[in-house]
Ligand binder design. Structure first.
Ligand code: HEM
Length: 273
């Protein structure tokens, strides 16, 4: 846990990158704040909302300390970008890979999408009626969870699963291992079987809370509905216009670099339809 404070080559590079990201964000924030101070209407996006609440708090209380500190605004921007971008993009990547490996499911998904939207642009109402596509995305998230682990820290002495932990212990929740545990998902745990989600997430496994790909509890992923919507929209549009299969150069090697990614990339051949 504390290794990140050591001046290793990687840590120094990360710190340098972090500084660079923060200074880019600070520049964007300054520009936006100037525009807001000059009376320009704030844009309806995350940064606009954060800054608006930050400035409002400062106005009402007259003390900047009551508002959201600028470091917090920067941290929120970083969090939303890092937590929201890569996770959804690797979900789509794995979905393309898995549907290339299982053309029968690719056909079923396409049938559903074309049945609902034909070749028209998918609209919000229709996306919520995509049952097959939703099952596929959940099964991909089970087999290849974008975040393979998340952590917690005990804030007091406590018993978890019959083990006594003192306060201040970091606990890693191994999502990838849980998602591949045959005692939870059955002996076909390593197979791609979207229909295990046919009755919803809580009925897909022997334990109703076993699906942890979006986390759980008060810190559950705040963007999960948005991510699913984005993935459904993108996948629907791809299925409407392309058939796809793996290129011979594709090598299956999932590995973790922050998120779970295909180590050698995802070489996929697309054919317009
Ligand atoms: C497939 C896509 C995604 C996956 C698999 C995913 C997964 C996760 C996981 C496992 C957590 C940790 C939960 C915990 O510690 O209990 C998390 C937290 C979070 N996610 Fe996502 N996420 C995805 C997309 C998004 C998107 C699109 C956004 C924003 C638009 C987002 C924003 C966040 C934020 C802000 C948190 C921190 C929540 C908190 O600590 O209260 N995520 N996500």
């Amino acid at each position: 846990m504390y290794c990140r404070f050591l001046p290793t080559k990687n840590n120094l590079k990360m710190r340098k990158n972090n500084k660079e990201v923060e200074s880019v964000l600070q520049g964007l924030i300054n520009k936006r704040m100037r525009a807001m101070e000059e009376g320009e209407k704030s844009e309806n996006d995350l940064l606009g909302l954060l800054l608006e609440s930050n400035m409002k708090d400062m106005d009402e209380n007259g003390q900047p300390s009551q508002g959201m500190a600028m470091e917090d605004v920067i941290e929120e921007c970083k969090l939303f970008y890092l937590a929201g971008m890569e996770t959804t993009s690797v979900l789509l990547t794995w979905t393309m890979i898995v549907l290339s490996m299982h053309p029968e499911w690719q056909d079923l998904a396409r049938e559903e999408v074309l049945g609902l939207f034909r070749k028209n642009k998918p609209e919000y109402e229709g996306l919520s009626r995509l049952k097959m596509v939703t099952m596929i995305l959940h099964e991909v998230l089970r087999l290849y969870p974008s975040a393979t682990v998340f952590s917690r820290k005990t804030y007091k002495d406590m018993d978890i699963g019959g083990v006594r932990y003192p306060s201040g212990v970091f606990i890693e929740v191994p999502v990838l291992f849980i998602n591949h545990d045959p005692d939870i998902w059955g002996s076909d745990v390593n197979e791609f079987k979207p229909d295990r989600f046919a009755q919803g997430i809580s009925k897909a496994s022997k334990h109703p809370g076993a699906f942890l790909s979006f986390g759980w509890g008060p810190r559950v992923c705040i963007g999960q509905n948005f991510a699913m919507l984005e993935a459904k929209m993108a996948l629907s549009m791809i299925l409407q216009h392309f058939e796809f299969e793996l290129a011979p150069s594709y090598t299956h090697a999932p590995h973790t670099v922050m998120t779970l990614q295909p180590m050698h990339g995802a070489q996929i051949k697309l054919r317009a339809i």
